[in-house]
Design a protein. Structure first.
Length: 573
């Protein structure tokens, strides 16, 4: 049977275009109706009306996200710091703003700079949710070929890419994780400052951590002169590193370019966190190894052997023993000493530890992880601190026919995205090192196993934030492994009982950490406690004191009026 030819009658089109260009000849009713429909399609009822809301795909933005987009367009003229707390959707806000400017014909050439692990995530969200034809930058020739590029800031600042970026004028520049630009002496700050741009968005949940000048540097990068010259800023607004003066005036100036929504404002309903402690009883061989390492570390410290760096590495060895025999193995052999003949030999004390390590045949913590994964029967992200432990867990899971994929910082960008894809669609488990705690979104998973616990509460919260965030529909269950009668158990007690870390998202966590221990890094504070304490009772007492400092700092941050100007995202009247 022959097909029937179909011809489209387009004779009307040329006449219509002519009428549109000359704006006449609308005398017939049909032509008049076409003209009215065309005008209605282009009309913007008010400047604040967002046309982009009509073309979103598969999701509806939350009211605070829409309000943020309106404020950036109306009040801030396209230059803003989006400083919402983690999980409130800064990426969605940036996408709304970008799409609206593109619909209005004000933006065409766009550069989005993000950490390398987030390049494809940004590209995917812009294409799928906003229908913005964004491309992930991979080759040097792409800078000229595509209008909307998502690139790693580390790649963009290096030649030959740097030259291509700085020679282009962008209608909009978006920088994610912009707190990495807080120091104007860094290459990142200087590079972004040189980029030619009309509109600019800086995204960060922590616009200021330890110093008011960090905030000054971000605002200056966005809108030079907003806070005056650096000397005048220090004179007019800085009473101390984190203590402002003339707070009302400073707050007004900052809020002209910054919007900060908080979880406590009730913008988003978050599911519950269920926290379960999983005690691990060490086998006699594992206990002998741990006790041997602990004695070795404390004796070395008390005799004053080695510098502080060496002693801290010994504490790391103690932590590695709590993780796995494999993790401790490499560190032990870094303690080799050169013999007279130039051959590597072991000191008698280290030789004793190696012998204890060789006696460990089975590892209680790994066996419990495999058992728990089998019991859960759903997707699980399993966090460990150490690469050797990651490899061990992958082998143990594979032996039980459990499909698991690795995720770590050393992977190339494409491999990271491939692992994410496999985890979402095929694998039951992702075994991640600390790189899995940054940036990626895993809302399709609601089980976390902290095989090893970081000693910094902020890193713990970053891990949990990968799944417990906007878009998570299930309650999140967090399993914390704790080897009994070890430093790991002490740290879990501090985080869980004293700080209540796992049940509450503390939006000002980094500010709180900056308040305690005279700005000393918390991990180093904990290491010093472990080295100096004579026994477990003294460790608990000193950890309790540190937890009290944390709670006091939390109250200070919450109640001190001078912090309100930064924490409150409402524009002053």
């Amino acid at each position: 049977m022959e097909s029937v030819p179909i011809r489209m009658d387009r004779r009307w089109l040329n006449h219509f275009i002519t009428h549109m260009e000359q704006d006449n000849g609308w005398t017939t009713w049909d032509r008049f109706q076409l003209a009215v429909e065309a005008a209605q399609a282009e009309i913007v009822p008010e400047f604040d009306t967002l046309q982009c809301l009509k073309v979103l795909h598969g999701f509806s933005p939350l009211p605070h996200q829409v309000d943020t987009a309106r404020r950036v367009l109306g009040e801030m003229r396209g230059r803003a710091i989006l400083a919402d707390e983690v999980g409130l959707g800064k990426t969605i806000e940036a996408g709304l703003i970008l799409k609206e400017y593109m619909i209005r014909g004000l933006v065409k050439k766009v550069l989005i700079l993000v950490p390398s692990s987030l390049v494809l995530q940004w590209t995917r969200e812009l294409n799928q949710k906003f229908r913005i034809p964004a491309m992930a930058q991979k080759k040097a020739w792409m800078w000229d070929q595509y209008d909307v590029l998502v690139a790693s800031i580390d790649t963009a600042k290096r030649d030959p890419h740097r030259t291509a970026v700085l020679s282009t004028h962008y209608d909009m520049l978006i920088v994610d994780e912009a707190h990495k630009l807080k120091n104007r002496r860094t290459k990142n700050w200087q590079f972004v400052n040189e980029i030619q741009k009309k509109y600019s968005l800086l995204l960060t949940a922590t616009p200021m951590q330890n110093d008011l000048h960090e905030l000054y540097n971000l605002v200056t990068l966005l809108k030079p002169g907003q806070l005056g010259q650096q000397n005048s800023f220090s004179t007019n607004y800085v009473a101390g590193k984190r203590k402002p003066k003339n707070e009302a005036q400073l707050r007004e100036e900052v809020m002209r370019v910054m919007i900060r929504n908080r979880r406590s404002d009730g913008h988003v309903h978050f599911t519950k966190r269920n926290v379960i402690t999983v005690p691990i009883t060490l086998s006699p061989e594992e206990r002998a190894l741990y006790d041997g390492v602990t004695t070795f570390v404390r004796d070395s410290y008390r005799r004053g052997e080695g510098n502080l760096k060496t002693l801290l590495s010994l504490i790391i060895l103690q932590r590695e023993v709590c993780s796995s025999r494999d993790a401790a193995f490499l560190t032990l052999f870094k303690l080799f000493k050169k013999g007279a003949a130039g051959q590597e030999t072991l000191s008698p004390k280290v030789q004793h530890l190696v012998e204890l390590l060789r006696r460990v045949k089975e590892q209680s913590k790994v066996k419990e992880a495999v058992r728990l994964v089998q019991e859960i029967g759903e997707k699980v992200i399993l966090f460990t601190e150490y690469r050797a432990t990651q490899d061990l867990l992958l082998r143990a899971l594979a032996e039980k026919n459990i499909y698991a994929v690795p995720y770590r910082g050393g992977f190339a960008r494409n491999k990271k995205d491939w692992m994410m894809e496999l985890f979402q669609k095929r694998a039951q488990v992702m075994v991640a090192t600390e790189a899995g705690g940054e940036g990626i979104n895993l809302q399709f998973c609601h089980h976390i196993i902290n095989f090893d616990l970081p000693w910094n509460p902020m890193r713990v919260e970053q891990r949990i934030g990968r799944v417990h965030r906007f878009g998570q529909e299930n309650d999140v269950t967090i399993y914390n492994f704790a080897t009994e009668n070890t430093i790991e158990e002490h740290i879990l007690w501090l985080l869980h009982e004293k700080i209540n870390m796992f049940r509450t998202v503390i939006g000002d966590l980094e500010t709180i950490l900056g308040q305690i221990e005279q700005q000393e890094e918390m991990e180093k504070s904990l290491m010093r406690i472990m080295l100096e304490a004579d026994d477990d009772q003294e460790i608990r007492r000193r950890l309790s004191d540190l937890g009290d400092q944390f709670q006091d700092a939390h109250q200070e941050v919450a109640n001190t009026p001078q912090q309100e100007w930064l924490r409150d995202g409402t524009h002053p009247n």
